[in-house]
Write a protein that binds this ligand. Structure first.
Ligand SMILES: Cc1ncc(COP(=O)(O)O)c(C=O)c1O
Length: 388
């Protein structure tokens, strides 16, 4: 049943921004490389149910998830039955049968899983669509070199049950030039594995790049790139952004990627507070003068962190206004003393643009390379997502 009442906030997804980002990414595709849209972590907080159909319409036909439960959601929300779904991580043996039945592609990085997949496929009378993950230097998951020959030989012998879709690895850390040699070595190792594979089997798609490697190393695109953060309009790191802007001689401060997500709420209440009074819990904020305060029905339960106490910003009437006092579980208090025409019900932007200003995801905490990823995926799945 549809809830009768609106939630205190909602997230808007800008389809035109996604279309822009896909165009930008496709323009950089070497030799027609296929792009897989990475939608793990609830589509990086954008909401898989709203994002996936929008991304299908915008041109994606391949989606990468982390686990079987995410694959199940992807299948539920896709509109095109030919849209492919690939599990890059967790799939239990008892979930393999379902994946094979549904035609879901999945990574294999252990012999035991490969054997189980072949056995289940044989029983089901349907091929398992697999991607063999190669250990190239990340040392997380992947087949070690000493097992490659046996691996490819097994796949060849069981070709009746195994549909080999890909040979893959992950160029992790490509967002920093500090990892340049590590990535070079990973590429060498991947090419070596591919050469070994070719002795046994027809070469399937090879894939290794995520957003950073895709944007910074065009020569390492191979046949498919798994694009997460960039499709949502964020750069994998500041370094990737600067490298791109310099190498393409683009104007400093401009940005070819457009943010897809905007998080909005509204003013719940307004109050005049006299100078010398404390605002909110404890003595966290002392009004130094007469102030006008807006209460916004957002708090740490919605992902607005307590670290933004006395330091975060929101946008109201196109102006940047500061959080004063503690971030509560469900409420924040905002200094709107400088806004002349502010009123109850006015739109409040927590992340995104309003007027000429923007609250970035990065402003939600200390600057670290992976901040965008973490903040986005922490946005609660209960906030409604609306495609605009
Ligand atoms: C295996 C794999 N491929 C691709 C991606 C997408 O990375 P990005 O969001 O940096 O494009 C991830 C994300 O962590 C991943 O784990």
């Amino acid at each position: 049943m549809k809830p009768r009442f609106l939630q205190p906030s909602h997230i808007e997804l800008d389809k035109a921004a996604l279309v822009n980002n896909i165009r930008f990414l496709k323009e950089r595709a070497e030799n027609g490389v296929r792009l897989s849209s990475v939608i793990k972590g609830n589509a990086y907080g954008h909401g898989i149910s709203a994002f996936l159909p929008m991304a299908e319409e915008a041109g994606f036909d391949h989606f990468s998830v982390f686990s079987a439960n995410e694959a199940e959601a992807a299948i539920r929300f896709r509109n095109n039955p030919d849209t492919r779904v690939m599990i890059m991580g967790m799939i239990r043996n008892e979930e393999l049968e379902w994946a094979i039945e549904q035609g879901v592609e999945f990574y294999i990085f252990e012999e035991e899983r490969l054997k189980s997949a072949a056995a289940i496929a044989k029983k089901a009378g349907k091929k398992a669509s697999v991607h063999l993950q190669i250990e190239t230097g990340m040392n997380r998951t992947g087949f070690d070199e000493k097992n490659w020959e046996a691996l490819f030989s097994f796949v060849y012998q069981n070709r009746e049950y195994i549909n080999l879709c890909g040979i893959c690895t992950h160029f992790a850390g490509a967002e920093s030039v500090a990892n340049f040699y590590r990535i070079q070595n990973q590429e060498k190792k991947l090419r070596k594995a591919v050469a070994v594979a070719e002795k046994f089997i027809e070469l399937p798609a090879v894939h290794a790049a995520s957003s950073a490697a895709y944007l910074s190393y065009p020569e390492k695109h191979f046949d498919m790139a798994r694009i997460g953060i960039a499709q949502y309009g964020f750069w994998p790191s500041r370094e990737t952004y600067m490298y791109h802007m310099k190498s393409e001689k683009l104007e400093q401060g401009s940005d070819p990627l457009k943010r897809v997500l905007t998080w909005k709420s509204e003013i719940m209440s307004l109050k005049e507070v006299e100078g010398g009074e404390f605002i909110g819990y404890g003595n966290v904020y002392l009004a130094g003068r007469n102030m006008k305060i807006a209460t916004v029905p957002i708090g740490y339960t919605h992902g607005f962190g307590r670290n933004l106490t006395n330091s975060g910003y929101v946008l109201i009437n196109g102006e940047r206004c500061g959080v004063v006092g503690l971030v509560n579980m469900n409420m924040i208090t905002i200094n709107v003393s400088n806004l002349e025409h502010v009123k109850k019900g006015d739109e409040v932007v927590l992340i995104g643009r309003q007027g000429g200003d923007e609250i970035t995801v990065a402003s939600f905490g200390e600057m670290t390379n992976n901040l965008n990823y973490e903040v986005l995926t922490r946005l609660p799945s209960t906030i409604p997502r609306i495609v605009c």
